[in-house]
Write a protein that binds this ligand. Structure first.
Ligand SMILES: [Zn+2]
Ligand SMILES: [Zn+2]
Length: 299
């Protein structure tokens, strides 16, 4: 029995209801109660969606495309900003996230993949794996390139600091209204927006590339996740900074990365070679992460 099957065998109570889960469920309840108490508000919804977009970018452009796949380079200072922003979404630490994501690409949809719908079902892929206590540890060996930065190790250990800072800031700036809509509602949306990649992007959509997993391209999920829904593209060629390979495959994360590159905050964005675009190579290379064991991630 692999470690995922062993964790599932403990039952749903052990996965979804243990001493650390009240905060997760509590935030869902707080979102509903908070909105009910404050009353429906279009400006509140706008605030939630704007902060959803900003914070999700740190997950897609930071956790995923930078820390997990190293698809571009940046300074040590901006690397810290990316990690801080991504951790504000309450998806655990930067090293934890990256190590587990690299594991996903290694095992993709095979026994042992931590969040495979095919192997473990929808709810496990969406929520179970991240809530389970069995996968709380960070395998530092999988993120040696990142773990050598003490500030990232610190953030990984104290991963509740960034969300608490953001929560306090929203409250200080806009009171209960900003805290509920800007932090609580946007956090819940950011959770489930991110989780759709694990639960839905390996189930619904098209497969232009014959990858060895079930990854799909899905325009609706790409819209919700700022471009991550072109997931079959991504599994085909993981190191690219863009996941919408075609001009019509909108990729908001990539557009933001282009702006950040234009102002000099990031550079050396990894492109998509023509033979990959053409699908003439059954590309799994470069493997994920790309040469991270030796490359210096920051300038
Ligand atoms: Zn990935
Ligand atoms: Zn995947």
């Amino acid at each position: 029995m692999n470690e995922v099957a062993a964790a599932q065998a403990k039952g749903w109570r052990a996965t979804y209801f243990h001493k650390l889960t009240p905060a997760f469920w509590g935030l869902h309840v707080a979102a509903i109660v908070g909105v009910a108490r404050l009353g429906w508000s279009w400006s509140g919804l706008t605030l939630a969606l704007v902060l959803y977009g900003v914070r999700l970018f740190f997950v897609t452009g930071g956790y995923h495309r930078y820390f997990s796949h190293r698809s571009y380079k940046t300074s040590r200072a901006f690397q810290f900003v990316l990690a801080f922003g991504a951790e504000s979404t309450l998806q655990k630490g930067v090293l934890w996230w990256s190590a587990h994501h690299r594991h996903h690409h290694k095992m993709s949809d095979k026994p042992g993949d931590l969040h495979s719908v095919k192997q473990s079902g929808f709810w496990w892929a969406h929520l179970g794996w991240i809530m389970s206590r069995d996968f709380e540890d960070t395998e530092l060996g999988a993120v040696k390139d990142l773990a050598r930065y003490p500030e990232l190790r610190w953030l990984n250990k104290y991963y509740l600091v960034p969300p608490l800072v953001i929560a306090a800031l929203t409250f200080a700036i806009g009171g209960w209204f900003a805290l509920v809509w800007g932090f609580v509602v946007s956090s819940v949306l950011a959770w489930h927006g991110t989780f759709t990649i694990n639960s839905l992007s390996h189930v619904f959509g098209t497969r232009p590339y014959a990858t060895t997993d079930d990854s799909r391209n899905n325009a609706l999920l790409a819209l919700i996740t700022l471009g991550e829904g072109w997931h079959n593209n991504h599994h085909h060629y993981q190191v690219a900074a863009r996941q919408g390979f075609r001009w019509y495959q909108f990729d908001i994360t990539y557009y933001i990365l282009r702006v950040l590159a234009a102002v000099g905050l990031i550079w050396d964005l990894h492109g998509v070679p023509q033979h990959i675009l053409d699908g003439t190579t059954r590309a799994t290379a470069p493997a994920s992460p790309p040469s991270v064991a030796v490359a210096d991630p920051v300038a």
